[in-house]
Design a protein around this ligand. Sequence first.
Ligand code: SAM
Length: 276
Amino acid sequence: MGGRPWSFRGLPSAVTIHRFFVPAQSLVQDPIVLGDDLAHQLSRVLRLSPRDRIDLLDGSGSAWRVELLQVNPGRCLATRLYSFPVDTESRLPLVLYQALPGGRKFDLVLQKATELGATRIVPITASRSVRDAAAEVTESTRRRWLRIVQEAAEQSGRGRLPAIAGLSTLEQAAQEVVKGELALVGALESATVPIRTALEQVGSLPSAVRLFVGPEGGFQVDEIERLQAVGVLAVSMGPRILRTETAGLAMLAVVACALGEPAGWGDRRQEWDRVL
Ligand code: SAM
């Protein structure tokens, strides 16, 4: 379980506020009852006490600052103080279509893509995918993925959880591209433009951004052409060959900073003033 604190830069740790995503229905209770892993985390790991404050988020984009009333390993009670918007989400949907890599590299992609603001992460299969990916996406794998994304969202101060789509084919992914969006595929061999050029050519803010990244063996030329046929632009991330788990994150970081990020850090000071 995550719940890592987020404190405003340069301020005393005394106001470090731990944050947790919880089911929406638990936030309507009064007092709020926090059980299971979270109660253990609050009491045994973080050693919090009654009157300590934490933030609870239901993934809707706002948070409730609550005060703990009771702190026990099996169950904690809290009371709501006030809710506030969590203004850290990208201004537009950022969808990463990641060819499912071998081993647990996708875990890393999920964690970092969450920190970088991805709103949806789609594992895809491609003809050169290194293994029979479908066979390994078990229920327990998906539970682990959800936990990774939740912890990364808590740690990075997000207001919403990115969705993890089901394993899709490249064809299914290609069919999701619609007019008015910015869709890019990281490519090495096909005719590509530097990602910088692609972004410079963006006129008005696109309705969404979709990024496609190939497997360790790369996309086949016909797969790139299939994506280009639906308007996806083949872009280069520079002369070096990036690992599959690096490429998508690099593309995401560039696009998020260029197009997606909301207003600056300063806006988050409002919350800090209220804490004081
Ligand atoms: N030997 C493979 C090839 O030549 O395509 C290398 C594939 S690379 C390890 C995995 C994926 O990362 C590629 O399919 C591409 O989507 C992306 N990628 C890696 N380096 C890139 C770069 N410099 N520019 C654009 N995309 C890149």
